[in-house]
Design a protein around this ligand. Structure first.
Ligand code: ATP
Length: 495
């Protein structure tokens, strides 16, 4: 069997088309032309997404020091003042006056060729050749840009940004000098509670699930009688009015997060940060994600509240991208909520008799981004006996359908036995019955859906009550007694 993974350039397009064809993901409101940045999960997709969330939930909360929570999406508007989102959750945005396309100023450089950037930069330096102060700032940004693209840093610079922008053509329509001035654009979706749409009734769709956890810290701690260190985990929808949605599920306007905030003594924050950093990367590997396509990206430049931060990145066909963030958020969040609510959020330490605000270690994963990473990682195209097959090699625990059941032919009592097996297995597993077409074609259909096991009732079944079980990845078959099938699948799902 020779094997070939798709070329990066068409891998995302292949996944988008397979997703639609097989019912993983559809464009939202497709019959109306779609709604940008929103996607719907079809019959297979909803199973995969549910399985990812279930695995996360088990891994994170089936331990004695993490509790679950499901907070509401709408929260008191002051929450978002305390969190800093009202003031700071903004992207600088520019519009093209000609074609009306909208761009994020801080990443505009990513869509401009290196050659054009070089030209614009040399012109910029020339424009400021008589102003040594500005010229040295330009040089400083070019030479000491850290992890950032110096071109983008200069675009965001108040004094030189405008001049640099005037040298660029719109990446969409190609016209020169058509950009508006940059404006701050808040990414939170605003809506109103109650019948009156005035400023007093403004609420926001939460842009992250974390704040629901912070404000419930003492409720959970006291009701669950937890002591530090302990965590609160939550899975839920978050909404961000992203200026540029892109790359399928990678950057969407509505998405799901799987977040856990771990409350610790300040002196233990570093060791817990290290613990969760390792534990979270291992989780992706334990569910079959290719180890060489996962890496940490430790932040050098930290947010003002963070003492340490890393991203777990996956190598998507379009490059490395964050799928989860792990942060030491210090006592920033609880202090801010204490300040804005006027309520004490201090923890009383029984042992030391001290009262203090705990530090927080956050693990914040995107369910939909992980979904995309698991889907892309599992996708292979390979040649089998001169024919191409597409296969999704999901870990059995993530696979939307655990087993498919086929009667070899639609006669001789085979369908009846197969239906009995289906009925029996369906009590515990998501299974699928298929009696259409040649068995080879039925296997291919299941390979493409990622079903790890195909069970076939054949002539020998009529004699000895055994069936063949074909493994999706090795394509090997073994004979299993019908009454052992349930145990067989359970064992495979536990491994
Ligand atoms: P990015 O820099 O990619 O916008 P972020 O640093 O703002 O991400 P966080 O606020 O740390 O992301 O959110 C935690 C996780 O939520 C991310 O690792 C990602 O998996 C997911 N996430 C964030 N924004 C989006 C989005 N627009 N669409 C899908 N998933 C998202």
């Amino acid at each position: 069997m020779s094997e070939k993974k798709n070329k990066p350039t068409d891998a995302v397009a292949n996944i988008v088309s397979l997703s639609k064809r097989r019912g993983f993901v559809f464009q939202s409101s497709e019959i109306y032309g779609g709604l940008n940045g929103c996607w719907d999960y079809g019959p297979l997709g909803v199973e995969l997404l549910k399985n990812i969330k279930e695995e996360w939930w088990k891994f994170m909360t089936y331990r004695d020091n993490v509790e679950g929570l499901d907070a509401s999406i709408l929260m008191h508007p002051k929450v978002w003042e305390a969190s800093g989102h009202v003031e700071n959750f903004t992207d600088p945005m520019i519009d093209c006056k000609q074609c009306k396309a909208r761009f994020r100023l801080d990443v505009l450089g990513d869509s401009i060729s290196e050659k054009k950037k070089e030209k614009a930069l040399s012109e910029l330096k020339n424009d400021f050749k008589d102003n040594p102060e500005i010229l040295s700032r330009i040089e400083e940004k070019i030479n000491n840009h850290g992890e950032d693209d110096p071109f983008n840093l200069l675009l965001e610079d108040e004094q030189v940004g405008k001049v640099l922008l005037s040298k660029l053509n719109c990446p969409q329509c190609g016209n020169a000098n058509t950009f508006t001035e940059a404006r701050k654009f808040n990414l939170m979706f605003k809506t109103f509670v109650g019948p009156v749409e005035d400023s007093g009734s403004v609420v926001y769709l939460r842009p992250e699930t974390a704040q629901g956890i912070f404000v419930n810290f003492l409720n959970v701690q006291s009701s669950a009688r937890q002591k530090l260190p302990f965590g609160i985990a939550q899975i839920g929808k978050a909404f961000r009015n992203e200026i540029n949605t892109k790359n399928f599920l990678f950057r969407t306007r509505e998405f799901e997060q799987m977040e856990m905030q771990f409350f610790v003594k300040p002196s233990e924050a570093k060791s817990w940060y290290d613990y969760w950093k390792v534990a979270r990367l291992d989780w992706y590997k334990s569910l079959g994600m290719t180890a060489s396509k996962l890496r940490y990206h430790d932040h050098i430049k930290l947010a003002h509240y963070a003492a340490a931060a890393t991203d777990i990145e996956y190598e998507f066909p379009f490059g490395w991208g964050e799928i989860e963030g792990i942060h030491n958020r210090t006592d920033y969040d609880l202090s801010r909520h204490e300040q804005f609510s006027g309520k004490s959020l201090k923890y009383f330490d029984d042992e030391t008799k001290e009262k203090y605000i705990p530090y927080i270690i956050e693990t914040s994963a995107g369910a939909s981004r992980s979904f995309m990473a698991f889907l892309i990682d599992a996708y292979y195209e390979e040649e089998v006996n001169g024919e191409m097959r597409s296969v999704l090699r999901f870990h059995p625990r993530l696979a939307p359908i655990k087993a498919a059941i086929f009667p070899l032919v639609n006669k001789d009592g085979m369908p009846e036995i197969a239906r009995e097996i289906e009925k029996d297995l369906r009590r515990n597993f998501k299974v699928f019955y298929d009696d259409k077409g040649a068995v080879g074609r039925r296997y291919r259909r299941q390979d493409e859906a990622g079903t790890p096991f195909c069970i076939t009732v054949d002539t020998q079944t009529l004699e000895d009550k055994t069936v063949t079980v074909r493994d999706r990845d090795t394509m090997q078959q073994e004979r299993i007694a019908i009454d052992q099938l349930s145990r067989y699948l359970s064992d495979k799902l536990l491994s």
